[in-house]
Design a protein around this ligand. Structure first.
Ligand SMILES: [Zn+2]
Length: 191
């Protein structure tokens, strides 16, 4: 764990120091505001094949529907297998957290998939690659917008919020490396 943290810190340093302009990390347009009302008004008429997460995919998303649904499932399995001893099975169960919250099965989660980063009302940020609303048990997730990080790079990060990562990221270290994209380490720049 300690080694992983040191390595990821080193990677962040190398990543940013290798860029002429740190703004290159963020690419593409920024979509309109996504808040609780927008999340609630979507039609979640798709379900992922493994966990049965409820999904709505916005126009403009480049990846095909089946690819998106499988990706959400597969990365959720990876995340749970990484974070918990009991692993991916927990996605089918109520999961009690240390703070007393009980996280319902993933079939309760609603996921709104959009093509680009979007305006948001998160702590300290107004543009997000993803956002989690605990009251709604809903996540908005961007397909792109972070150069070098691959598609849907903040999905595990948002799952981290669902399973107890604080909105101010004060306990984020407890969730790494389970929430980081494979090819880059966004540190705490995502909400
Ligand atoms: Zn966050």
């Amino acid at each position: 764990m300690k080694t992983a943290l040191v390595l990821s810190a080193l990677f962040v340093f190398l990543f940013f120091s290798s860029c002429d302009d740190v703004e290159d990390f963020f690419t593409g347009p920024v979509g309109p505001l996504i808040d609780a009302g927008v999340l609630e008004s979507q039609d979640y008429n798709l379900t992922t094949p493994y966990y049965g997460m409820q999904v709505a995919i916005s126009g403009g998303v480049g990846a095909g529907t089946n690819h998106v649904l499988n990706l959400l499932d597969n990365r959720a399995r990876q995340f749970l297998n990484c974070l918990f001893v009991d692993g991916e099975q927990l996605g089918f169960e109520d999961v009690p957290l240390e703070n007393g919250t009980v996280v319902p099965p993933l079939s309760n989660l609603r996921v709104y998939v959009v093509p680009n980063r979007f305006e948001c009302e998160a702590e300290g940020r107004n543009v997000c690659g993803g956002v989690y609303y605990g009251d709604l048990d809903a996540i908005a997730i961007a397909e792109g917008g972070f150069e070098g990080c691959g598609e849907f790079s903040v999905w595990k990060h948002e799952l981290g919020h669902r399973y107890g990562m604080a909105s101010d990221h004060s306990n984020q270290h407890e969730f790494e490396p389970c929430i980081n994209p494979q090819n880059c380490n966004p540190g705490d720049i995502f909400d």
